[in-house]
Design a protein around this ligand. Structure first.
Ligand SMILES: Cc1cc2nc3c(=O)[nH]c(=O)nc-3n(C[C@H](O)[C@H](O)[C@H](O)COP(=O)(O)O)c2cc1C
Length: 165
């Protein structure tokens, strides 16, 4: 677990207490297929309005899909690209705007997708991984990128990125 546990008055579940959003990652550590599946399953079990499950995830693994990984990286703001470029996996989280059985707008889609991303983030913490949500350049309908990796807690002060954590 991280050494950045949240300071709280009451003892919280360690998974909640230890989740945080690092900027320094271990670029050389990939995320296993089993872990990725677990993260998406955790997201899938989030509550949603009428069980619509409006979240959509595009998982871009740098090793297996370098082109899509680069494309998603380019959607981030320049400053965020600095640290995101160290992450082996980038995920685009988005929300379907309409209910699947009608043209009716789903006003709760962003809320539900946030819940799904939080499930994913907490499962990542449980697996010793870290996530860092970041907005994308084009601020249209909710699109959030989630940077996924093993946190780099031991790069030392020589790492300018680690200093910002
Ligand atoms: C929708 C959303 C957008 C975010 N955008 C950025 C961002 O552009 N750059 C960044 O460094 N962090 C971003 N964050 C991370 C927050 O700054 C971070 O979650 C917050 O400071 C709390 O820190 P913690 O996650 O370590 O507890 C974003 C988080 C969310 C939920």
């Amino acid at each position: 677990m991280s050494n950045k546990a949240a300071i709280t008055t009451q003892n919280l579940d360690p998974i909640i207490q230890n989740r945080w959003s690092p900027r320094a990652f271990q670029a050389d550590k990939s995320v296993s297929g089993a872990d990725l599946t677990a993260l998406l399953e955790a997201a899938h079990w989030a509550p949603s309005c009428m069980n619509e499950q409006p979240w959509r995830f595009i998982v871009c693994d740098k090793t297996s899909h370098p082109d899509s990984w680069e494309k998603l990286l380019s959607c981030l703001m320049a400053k965020n690209q600095l640290w995101a470029s160290q992450a082996p996996v980038l995920i685009l989280a988005s929300a379907a705007q309409h209910f699947s059985n009608s043209d009716k707008a789903n006003a709760w889609a962003a809320y539900d997708t946030g819940a799904a991303v939080q499930n994913l983030a907490l499962q990542a913490t449980a697996l010793g991984l870290s996530t860092h949500s970041m907005g994308v350049k084009k601020k249209s309908w909710p699109h959030v990128s989630v940077i996924l990796s093993k946190p780099a807690c031991n790069l030392g002060e020589s790492s300018p990125i680690q200093k910002s954590d």
